[in-house]
Every structure is written in C-alpha cells, then in structure tokens.
Design a protein around this ligand. Sequence first.
Ligand SMILES: NCCCC[C@H](N)C(=O)NCC(=O)O
Length: 443
Amino acid sequence: MNSARSWLVWGVAALAYIAAVLHRSSLGVAGPAASERFEVAATELSTLGAVQVGVYAAMQIPVGVLLDRLGPRVLIASGAAVMAGGQLLVAIAEDMPLAILGRVLVGIGDAATFISVIRLQSGWFRGPILAQMSQYTAISGQVGQLLSAVPFVWLLSAAGWTLSFGTLAAVGGVAFVLVLLIVFDAPPGGAPPTGSIDVPEGWLPRLRSAFRTPGTRLGFWTHFSLLGSTNLFLLLWGFPMLVEGLDYSQAQAAGLMSIVVVTGMVVGPIVGITTARFPLRRSTLVLALVALVVAAWAAVLAWPTQPPTWLVVLLLVVLGAAGPGSTVGFDFARTSNPLRVLGSANGIVNVGGFIATFAAMPAVGIILDLVHSARVAGGEAVGLYDWEGFRVALSFQFVLLALGFLMVVRMRRITRSRLREEEGIEVGPLWAAIARRMRRRPD
Ligand SMILES: NCCCC[C@H](N)C(=O)NCC(=O)O
C-alpha cells in the first residue's frame, strides 16, 4: 500500500483517464473541420457532442455495477479499447451515422474510466492520501483537456481529419496495452478488507445498498450542486455568453475559459489536503463552494450593465474551484461504503453532476429563445444571444443550485445522525469547533 508500485499503477490508470478526456474533448475542438467533412450545420454537429455526453451519463450505473463485479483493471482496459475503436470509426467516417456510432463508443468507454480509476485508488492506497488521490485523478483529466486544445488542434490542421483521429485511436490502443501490462486491482495479497460490514449478494441488492447509504446520496448531491454550473459553462454556453453576450473576441474567450481549467488544477490539491485533514468538515466546504457559485453568478447576472472583466474573471475562478469541490462527492461515497459496493456508489455519485448539466443545457437554450421571441414581438430588434437574454436564461441555474444546496444540507443531517448512532461521533457546529481549538492553543 502507498508504495512506488501503487504510484506506478495509479499513474498508468491516470494516463488512461487522460486519454479518455482527450477522446472526449477532441470533437469539441474539431467543430469547423467536422462541419466541412460531414457537410452539416452547427446544430446537427452539437447532437454529436450531446449523444456522447448522454451515453456517458446513462452508462454510469451499469458501469458502476460492472465495476463491483469485474474490478477496475478490466473496466479501464475495456474502456480504452472501446474508445480506440470509436475513434477509429470517427477517423474513417465520411458521413454522420458512422461518426455518431464512433462517438457513442467513445461515450461508453469514457463512462467506464473515471469511476474505475477512483475505485482503483482504494485498492492501492491507505490513509489520508486517499482523500487527495481523487483530486489528482481529476487534475490529470485536465491535462487531457489541454492536450486536445493545443497539440491535437495543431495535428488536425497539419495532418487532416483521418490521420489525427487515427492518432487518437492509436493513443487509445497504447493506453489499452499499458493498462493490461501494469494495472492490477490490488497488490498481491488482495484488496484491503471491508471490515465486518455485510455486503449483499447480487448486483441489484448491492446497488440498492449503495443508494440507501446516506453518504452516497450526500456525494450525489455534492456532484449535482458543484459540477452542473461548471459543465454548463465549459461544455456549451460559456463561449456564446462571452463572445456574443459580452462581446469578447474568440481568442479572448478561449483565454478566459482556460482560467476555469487552470483554477481547477490549482485548487484540486488544496481541496484534497483540506478534506483529508478535516474529514468531518467536508460538507461545510461543499456548502461554502455552492454559496460562492451562487454569489458569483448573482453578481455577474445582476450587474446593471455588462459586467466588468474583473468580475467575469472572478466568476471563472469560482467555477474552476467548483470542479474539485464536486470531486469531494466521491470521497463521501468512499468513506461510507464498503469496498465491494464502491463501484456502484461512485456510479451513483457521478450521475449527479451530469443530471444537473442535462437539465440546465436545454433549459438555458429554451429560455433564450422565449426571451428573444417576446422581445421581437414587443418591437425590439435584438439578436438571439444578447446579454439581456443570457441574464434571464442563465438565472435558471439558481433553481438547480438552490435544490442542490438544500439537498446537501438534508443529506448531511442524515449522514451525521447515522454517524452519531453507529459510531458515537458527534459533529458540532463549525464555530464551536473553532472556539474549542482557539481555547486549546497556548498564549
Ligand atoms: N472540469 C471539472 C472537472 C471535475 C471532475 C469531476 N469531479 C468529475 O466528476 N469528472 C468525471 C469525469 O469523467 O471526468
């Protein structure tokens, strides 16, 4: 445990996750080339991305269940192979149906990767470092995002569609081989024991047991509350909001959006160390981050004119910090479930953020349309994507953020009362803990 070999195994699994995120984000940066190759408009093209994210979300529970049966090694390796196959289809596709099939395969393989790497960590690491490992895994994914934004974009322009997507397929193939050679579920001698906790037999009872555990649902609502806004911004509405709503150039908008990614990479380890040091205060950190997201959006959307750049940057920093905050959801699942149901529990947590994203993505589009139609009917000559429209449409997020906040408060009450009954641990208010600590400190 926690040995050089643990780091090597995790490192190769993290490489597979980097490759997964590279596959995931490769289409987003290839928009114009894809429009040209398949002769489709932007709207049809966006269905390719939506299909992939939809498949990813729909596969979380089945993948979680399979993870508990087959273990992370099989799931990470199969994920890499399926994604490589999918990218190969995209590389040779000359029409949309084959490209869609390719992206469906990418979505399926991608779905198997992140929660399997998170599950793998519990086989190889012990102690406080475990709380940090999920953050390091999530950060490695950001490397995949950067690889798609810079070298892949360059390769696409230099070598063309087939060769560049073919290269991604080869990257997936290399990841597959490396995982088979190096990644095993646990060190020789087996995984750490699950203690005296009874684990039900059969996938459905196990899934039910994971769902009934309050810590799993606390993780789900954490992920729901903190990933929705960041995903909504990064995956769909951020770019149009900055370019068409706030009149930034495309290059400025790209630079601004990278603030979200870089902040996530900086804040991740801080969140990991904090949650490892103060495990009983994780939910307070989550609630504080949700409150920050609400405050930042409220300030930007309520600004009397177009918000100044410093305020936009502040929003982007907060959205960047929310990403690592959402990863805390997996830590709640880890500390409240036995190892043999952790795959199912991680699957449940990971659905949270994607449900929020799915609810918000179309809702913002529909509200933008409604506001635009109403204003045009009232005699105004305005574009679909003007700032007034975005102000109203993006406010929809407050509904999801409020729901998420209230559910985190509720689930933390239930989790804490379970902790009191089963382990005799009383978690008092934060201010009382701080006051106690100050009294203990020598003058
Ligand atoms: N851009 C935000 C990254 C946060 C990572 C996140 N907690 C997560 O759940 N990722 C799932 C995945 O498959 O990448």
